[in-house]
Design a protein around this ligand. Structure first.
Ligand code: C5P
Length: 324
């Protein structure tokens, strides 16, 4: 029998589509940022070998899954960005509606691999900005794999789901690690989960223009192996934010700056603020500041909204999100 997640946002609970609980599975799909991302080398298969520290955020999408008696797949996406999504010129949601969407691909892959002949209605409330380096599509796909595994009673382990997820995208296994922080290696799919103190406060800015991940990787200069991630983890565990901030690193940032003036502007704007540290996330274009507490994150968010650099979010590692 599918289990109902306890973590159901109120807007979905009160929505007219929230019908019989027993047929419905809910999944939350958190965004991530990379506190450290070192691209080591270019591989023969076109991917890059990397080492990255990923942490999941309170900023999240929500996926509702209803198992259907036939074999039909339905996918509906709602714009749930609210005030933050509307701030300073955000575009309408631009997501592939049907089989091109990673949620749909995850459902199809599960059916192909398990032989299950079931259908589902997949309804997504989308808050995470797209083409932002926050892994919005990857986390939705991971949520679909988790949720359909329950809704269709497939009994796959997290390790089996990670193996399937890796076929759809390099960031997906992280969201199937069962922990909010991990060091990821290989092309991103080799996961070492970590215990880190939660509640790190962040302010994020997503410029109107997103960035293409393949394009940014094409422009990057691999750096070989680079120390830093172990020290960063140790500093975060000690609660020493200033030391941790000095270890923030992203090889993809110079590459993104070479193709996006927005990222340059964000680095310059964050350089004038008092955040403990700042960095572009993943392949961009989202930029974040690491703050001493949520109060500081909110103060900085106010100043960033005034600068009209993009949509601004206040969030923390694996807790709630506020629109600024
Ligand atoms: O794995 P995913 O489909 O998310 O990757 C998207 C693109 O990002 C790849 O096609 C590749 O161009 C680039 N990429 C890479 N090295 C990685 C991960 C992604 O070059 N480790």
């Amino acid at each position: 029998m599918p289990v109902l997640s306890k973590d159901v946002p109120q807007e979905e609970l009160s929505s007219p589509t929230a019908d019989r609980w027993s047929d419905v599975v809910w999944e939350t799909a958190p965004a991530k940022v990379n506190l450290f991302l070192n691209v080591e080398s270019r591989r023969a298969d076109g991917y890059h070998e990397l080492e990255t520290l990923m942490v999941s955020l309170g900023l999240r999408d929500t996926l509702r899954i209803q198992s259907l008696p036939g074999e039909e797949l339905e996918f509906v996406c709602h714009d749930a960005r609210g005030v933050a999504g509307l701030a300073t010129g955000a575009r309408p949601l631009d997501l592939p509606p049907g089989p091109g969407n990673l949620v749909w691909k995850a459902a199809q892959l599960l059916r192909d691999q398990t032989g299950v002949q079931r259908g589902a209605r997949l309804e997504l409330w989308k808050r995470i900005p797209v083409a932002a380096g926050l892994a919005g599509g990857s986390t939705d796909a991971a949520a679909a794999l988790r949720g359909l595994n329950r809704a269709w009673n497939l009994g796959l382990s997290l390790a089996e789901l990670r193996e399937l997820g890796a076929r759809l995208g390099s960031d997906i296994p992280f969201f199937l690690a069962g922990r909010p922080a991990a060091i990821c290696r290989g092309r991103g799919e080799l996961i070492t989960p970590l215990d880190l103190p939660l509640g790190l406060a962040l302010v994020l800015v997503k410029p109107t223009e997103g960035l293409s991940t393949p394009q940014v990787f094409r422009h990057c200069r691999p750096e070989g192996r680079r120390p830093g991630v172990a020290q960063l983890v140790a500093d975060l565990r000690r609660g020493c934010l200033a030391a941790a901030a000095s270890q923030l690193h992203n090889t993809l940032q110079p590459a993104a700056e070479s193709v996006s003036v927005d990222v340059v502007r964000l680095r310059e704007a964050f350089g004038k603020l008092s955040a403990a540290g700042h960095l572009m996330s993943g392949s961009g274009s989202c930029y974040f500041g690491l703050c001493r507490n949520l109060g500081e994150a909110r103060r900085l968010a106010g100043r960033l909204v005034a600068r009209r650099l993009g949509s601004v979010f206040v969030t923390s590692v694996a807790s709630g999100v506020r629109a600024a």
